[in-house]
Design a binder for this molecule. Structure first.
Ligand code: FES
Length: 117
């Protein structure tokens, strides 16, 4: 199942035009920082926390060739799979969609399953 079909609750982040103008935007949704990028492959949303030292550094990362590189020590992650090409671990990617010109991001539920019904 495609990632964007697994979530019902999408949160508006910004307009697509604003994202295209700035290239990247950081927003906080439900106390969670979200980094949204405009890339050659379209819109990508991720947690800006680098798995190396668990600091929010990827919002200052370099984006090229479908990857993001942390400015601190150069760990590099695929923006398609989240997996590290340099370093180890993976970044967390979020489902994203464009709805009537607005970039929307879906976050995983915080509640345990028994509380969701
Ligand atoms: S903190 Fe990101 S590579 Fe070290």
């Amino acid at each position: 199942m495609p990632l964007e079909e697994q979530h019902d609750c999408f949160h508006p982040i910004c307009s697509l035009a604003e994202l295209q103008q700035h290239g990247r935007i950081v927003r906080t949704i439900e106390d969670r920082p979200i980094l949204v990028l405009w890339t050659d492959d379209g819109v990508v949303a991720l947690d800006p926390q680098c798995p190396h030292q668990h600091v929010h550094s990827l919002d200052r990362g370099t984006v090229a060739c479908g990857e993001i590189t942390c400015p601190n020590h150069g760990w590099t992650f695929s923006l398609r799979t989240g997996r590290a090409r340099i370093g180890s671990g993976r970044i967390r990617l979020f489902a994203v969609r464009i709805n009537d010109g607005t970039v929307e991001v879906a976050l995983p539920e915080h509640q345990p399953r028994w509380m969701q019904s």
